[in-house]
Design a protein around this ligand. Structure first.
Ligand SMILES: CC(C)(COP(=O)(O)OP(=O)(O)OC[C@H]1O[C@@H](n2cnc3c(N)ncnc32)[C@H](O)[C@@H]1OP(=O)(O)O)[C@@H](O)C(=O)NCCC(=O)NCCS
Length: 252
């Protein structure tokens, strides 16, 4: 991945099939495609909280409902492993005490993260819950001068949805089935991140429970600043430093 720059975040276009109010709010308040996803706001009561082990069954059922034609079959066992055993930051959306969706986030570095497993119960899709889950996860990232850099290891069907959030396709990842899938990339400039955070806070949209951001085990990311507004992002496999040498020392 080379030279993604902040000019990828374009002003939100005047909009498609939304109400005139949403189109107006986006035009007036949103400076990036990501911020546009703050409008229209959620209209139903949704509780966002940290995943608990007893959510396993509900999360897997939602995954399986969305799986056909979308996720490679080989990924299901990885997801089960992720749910059951991995240390993770997974945010669950609940309506009327029922888990209706979820989304994970892994840190890649101080200003960079990957989003994973953003999935909604089919009946609850297209009701702004997925947008809110995405915005809440991105809002967990610290406010730093360079903003935030977000990657999604997407599948073909979801890439076009994330493009609406401003993600651009940057390279491919290979799943266990040997096929290549798109990697989505988004730079959130610092002022945009600030507006997302403050709008969520004004709407009292927060994640209940103690959110602990964790790093991916296998990837790391380095952000280097170039000319104003340009950044070089280098994502690479994490290499564990060799263990320190053992020194046996005995006082004479
Ligand atoms: C992707 C997903 C999480 C989005 O959540 P959602 O609650 O349905 O989405 P929202 O209502 O917040 O809408 C977000 C944007 O995506 C668009 N969108 C949602 N579902 C869409 C679909 N099936 N096709 C095209 N666009 C879609 C919406 O129109 C909206 O864009 P807009 O604001 O420009 O109109 C959800 O649809 C889902 O679970 N999809 C199946 C699983 C999947 O592919 N997950 C991604 C894994 S990487």
């Amino acid at each position: 991945m080379s030279n993604p720059s902040s000019d990828m975040t374009t002003r939100a276009p005047r909009f498609q099939s939304h109400s005139w109010l949403t189109a107006l709010q986006r035009y007036v308040f949103a400076r990036t495609l990501l911020e546009a996803k703050l409008y229209p706001p959620l209209t139903r009561e949704v509780l966002f909280r940290v995943y608990r082990p007893d959510d396993f069954g509900a999360c897997l059922t939602i995954y399986r409902k969305n799986e056909p034609g979308r996720f490679p079959e080989s990924q299901r066992s990885k997801f089960e492993e992720y749910l059951a055993n991995e240390e993770k930051t997974l945010i669950v959306a609940e309506c009327d005490s029922m888990v209706v969706g979820y989304g994970g986030i892994n840190l890649l570095g101080q200003s960079a993260a990957t989003l994973c497993y953003g999935i909604l119960e089919p009946e609850f899709q297209k009701q702004r819950i997925g947008s809110t889950l995405t915005l809440l996860r991105i809002a967990l990232l610290p406010t730093r001068r360079c903003g935030a850099f977000v990657l999604i290891f997407a599948v073909d069907a979801s890439m076009r949805i994330y493009q609406r959030f401003g993600f651009v396709e940057k390279g491919l990842w290979k799943a266990e089935d040997g096929k290549d899938y798109p990697i989505g990339f988004l730079h959130v400039p610092v002022d945009s991140l600030g507006r997302v955070k403050s709008t969520l806070a004004k709407r009292r949209l927060r994640i209940q429970g103690e959110v602990v951001l964790r790093s991916t085990e296998n990837l790391s990311c380095e952000v280097k600043e170039g000319p104003p507004g340009h950044f070089r992002i280098q994502v690479q496999p994490r290499v564990e430093p060799p263990p320190p040498p053992k020194i046996d020392h005995k006082e004479p």
